[in-house]
Design a binder for this molecule. Sequence first.
Ligand SMILES: [Zn+2]
Length: 199
Amino acid sequence: MATKGKNSAPLPRPSRSEAEAAVETLIRWIGEDPKRPGIVETPRRVVKAFDEYFEGYHVDPAAILAKTFEETGGYVAPVLVKHIEMESRCEHHLAPFIGHAHVAYIPDGTIVGISKLARLVDVYARRMQTQERLTAEIADALQKHLKPKGIAVMIEAEHFCMKVRGVRKDHAATVTSHFLGAYKKDADLRQEFLRQIKG
Ligand SMILES: [Zn+2]
């Protein structure tokens, strides 16, 4: 699932000890002594933390959306799960970007467990990301596996690569949205989505 370079095959996955050695190199790069007792375990801990930050590479979105329900009782309105806590890492600095995702879809005879929408956000958030692509990938996965009449995804997040480095803007929030199907065609539906999020 790793992104391939244009003409080259992906390099083989390094071993855990190779990954730990890479962290040790960074520690030496900043001028620290990796043998100092307080940080001697840090490479191991960092690699373990990376397992968590990037576990999305090892989860198949199709499996999350595999179980659907047809007994909707004639429900036809949008299903919106808003303020899903979201934590991802920018692919340019590996700095966190943290905020909320709002996901809505209009069922076409099939629904999915609402917790699965939050899981779907996690699967794509726990990868190296841009907020723009994260927003589109969540929507596209729903389109591919659930095929609803419409999808709306919005993410609001603060980027630590802007807060603690570079331009150092502490309270800037980035908002991205991706609309498919009925939400793309119908401005009233989009307005309703935005009204419900703010409500
Ligand atoms: Zn960044």
